[in-house]
Design a protein around this ligand. Structure first.
Ligand SMILES: Nc1ncnc2c1ncn2[C@@H]1O[C@H](COP(=O)(O)OP(=O)(O)OP(=O)(O)O)[C@@H](O)[C@H]1O
Length: 218
């Protein structure tokens, strides 16, 4: 279909009637929201409200029970979501025996990414200079989070899904996350993030989505 001249660009991410249930017990939804390029959406809700589950659905790691998700105006399935987003979860997902640099190279090869980005520079940028050869299993929780941030930044996905990105980080690390979010959003990307620490809100236009207890089907 030919786009209408001067038509507003569709949101980068849109959810309509999105629900997730486990064993017929609703976890969240129905949710309707959208996120444009250059925006961040802070997902709020108490422990167990379904924030992580929502991010995993949007990352294509779990299938929604109902509803639709659109990327740049097109309805997408789980495979498209997995390819169109970069997910930072609670677990860093590194190969424990590989060094920090090897982990970045491994994930780049896995994605078939041929950008040729400087991986040593990527480690330096997240404060891991000097840890190039350290196996991931020997990195601290905060250093593992920093390595995951380096991986995130090397991906070209426009949509970032960040689950508790500030967890385990010192003040300098919190500022690093905010810098990366700001850089990504200014480049036209979008970020959906969860956090329990209001102090860490990134310095970009932020909207909020509060997950209320899910409604049981009538
Ligand atoms: N693997 C699982 N198997 C069964 N139930 C699960 C599983 N993971 C999460 N749940 C349940 O799903 C609900 C939502 O969990 P989720 O982790 O999405 O919440 P959350 O808002 O991210 O919580 P928190 O703020 O504590 O991290 C909770 O009731 C939780 O017990």
């Amino acid at each position: 279909m030919t786009p209408t001249p001067n038509a507003p660009a569709p949101p980068l991410l849109q959810a309509r009637g999105l629900c997730f249930a486990r064993n017929e017990e609703p976890v969240f939804g129905p949710l309707d929201f959208e996120l444009g390029p250059g925006e961040a959406l802070l997902v709020l809700g108490g422990n167990g409200a379904g924030k992580t589950t929502l991010l995993r659905v949007l990352a294509g790691l779990l299938g929604a029970s109902a509803g639709e998700v659109f990327l740049s105006g097109r309805p997408v399935d789980r495979g498209h979501l997995a390819r169109g987003s970069a997910y930072l979860g609670h677990l860093p997902g590194h190969k424990a025996e590989l060094g920090a640099l090897e982990n970045l190279a491994f994930h780049r090869a896995l994605r078939g990414d041929a950008t040729g980005a400087d991986l040593e520079r990527a480690l330096t940028d997240v404060g891991l200079s000097g840890h190039e050869d350290s196996p991931a299993r020997r990195l601290s929780a905060g250093q593992n989070k920093r390595l995951a941030l380096a991986r995130l930044r090397l991906q070209s996905a426009p949509l970032w899904l960040l689950d508790e990105p500030y967890a385990n980080l010192d003040l300098d690390g919190i500022a690093l996350v905010n810098h990366l979010i700001q850089e990504h959003v200014r480049a036209g990307g979008a970020v959906l993030l969860t956090t329990h620490g209001a102090y860490a809100a990134p310095p970009v236009p932020v909207r909020t989505l509060t997950l209320a207890p899910a409604r049981s089907p009538a």
